[in-house]
Design a protein around this ligand. Structure first.
Ligand SMILES: Cc1ncc(COP(=O)(O)O)c(C=O)c1O
Length: 388
């Protein structure tokens, strides 16, 4: 059994989640549940591969090797049932920066790009920063706080002229793992209306029990598709800056590769590729155990909610380690809610940034004891707040 209970020492290491607590939130001692990385250690197999690489004492210019691409393709086939040609892989240095390049490469200033809100806030950011226009297809929410897609609105907006759609699959922050039917319908609509589908699947390995991810790559529209993947969330290696675009269509692949080449954008660093290859070759069991551990953490949140936080709602967590909590019954908006919590000693993300001020986002990828302490702080703060 792997160990997820021992906290990784992160304070003073430059970890954004820990070292920005004072400057960004005014409380350097608060427990952080914001930035989407994990507070336990990466798999020992990954650490060992990095140690071996360091022991070779050479860190020169490095290409993605055949064995690297085979390891990525192997993971995609084994874990996600999508058989890819290793040549479809275009290594990149992070998904947000890659999205920014893709937006600029495949669309023109003023073009409309569709996102499904509430959603990971850099999506709208990369679109706006490139002078393109974000078009919102808001997700629908039922009484049990489960989200679905509004396909009528999606079809209407695509028909009105959208160049690209950015799908978040699984979805941050609402926690949905989109079904085969949902993903296929999105892919078909994009193909029918000539919108390039860019599917950000960075959270694809992090699944609650009984859930299976269906990649947009398996939806049958390969000429119109870019899938963005990374080992960074699954194996806690975001700082190593290594991600992989999977682009089945040779024309799209060549266009993007050329676009990046003439702008002198480099590929991932050698240690990032070392970690990625080791994770995708040896990390299957660790990934399964992490999912079981995260399911235990999610259960803890549900239990504490039932006992101590009746005014909080939880969007059912299907995938990702990010829980989406409805705080609208507390009488506070998400920014005021997070502000109170920061002062009390727990840092969560306000939902305002994702497009819903009635929700907050809680990252549960941490040792259980840390989560327990954070939930105590939330319960105590809320109890005080409700007495006012
Ligand atoms: C949906 C989604 N895409 C991308 C990222 C960030 O990816 P990267 O660090 O590779 O830019 C995150 C991080 O939280 C995310 O949730």
């Amino acid at each position: 059994m792997y160990d997820f209970d021992t906290p990784a020492p992160r304070t003073g290491t430059g970890a954004i989640k820990w070292d920005l607590r004072q400057s960004a939130f005014g409380n350097g001692d608060a427990l952080p549940f914001w930035v989407a990385d994990s507070d336990y250690m990466s798999p020992p197999e990954v650490v060992e591969a990095l140690r071996d690489a360091a022991a070779r004492c050479v860190f020169g210019y490095t290409l993605p090797t055949r064995s690297y691409k085979d390891a990525v393709a192997g993971w995609v086939a084994r874990r996600h049932g999508w058989e890819i040609d290793p040549d479809w892989i275009v290594p990149s240095t992070g998904i947000v920066s890659e999205l920014a390049h893709i937006v600029r490469c495949f669309t023109e200033p003023g073009d409309r790009i569709l996102i499904q809100t509430p959603v990971y806030d850099p999506f709208a950011g990369v679109v706006r920063d490139a002078g393109r226009t974000p078009v919102e297809n808001r997700l629908l929410r039922d009484g049990a706080l489960r989200y679905t897609m509004d396909f009528e609105d999606l079809a209407r907006k695509l028909a009105a002229g959208v160049k690209m759609m950015i799908l978040c699959s699984p979805h941050n922050p609402v926690g949905r793992v989109w079904t085969r039917e949902e993903v296929c319908r999105v892919a078909e609509l994009c193909a029918a209306h000539g919108a390039l589908l860019v599917s950000d699947e960075i959270h694809w390995d992090i699944l609650m029990p009984g859930r299976a991810h269906f990649s947009a790559g398996s939806a049958g529209t390969p000429g119109n598709l870019i899938v963005l993947t990374a080992p960074s969330k699954t194996f806690n290696v975001a700082g190593l800056k290594c991600s992989n675009d999977i682009i089945p269509d040779a024309g799209l692949r060549e266009k993007l590769t050329k676009w990046k080449e003439i702008r002198h954008l480099d590929g991932p660093n050698s240690l990032g590729m070392t970690a990625c290859q080791a994770a995708y070759t040896h990390g299957g069991r660790w990934c399964d155990e992490q999912n079981a551990y995260l399911a235990g953490n999610a259960r803890l949140v549900y239990d504490v909610r039932a006992q101590k936080l009746p005014e909080i709602g939880i969007a059912p967590l299907e995938g990702t380690y990010l829980m989406w909590l409805d705080i609208s019954k507390t009488g506070l908006d998400s920014r005021a809610f997070c502000d109170r919590l920061n002062r009390a000693g727990a840092i969560l993300n306000d939902g305002y940034r994702y497009g819903d001020d009635g929700f907050v986002r809680l990252n549960i990828a941490c040792p259980r004891a840390q989560l327990e302490a954070g939930l105590e702080i939330i319960a105590a703060t809320l109890a005080g707040e409700m007495k006012r």
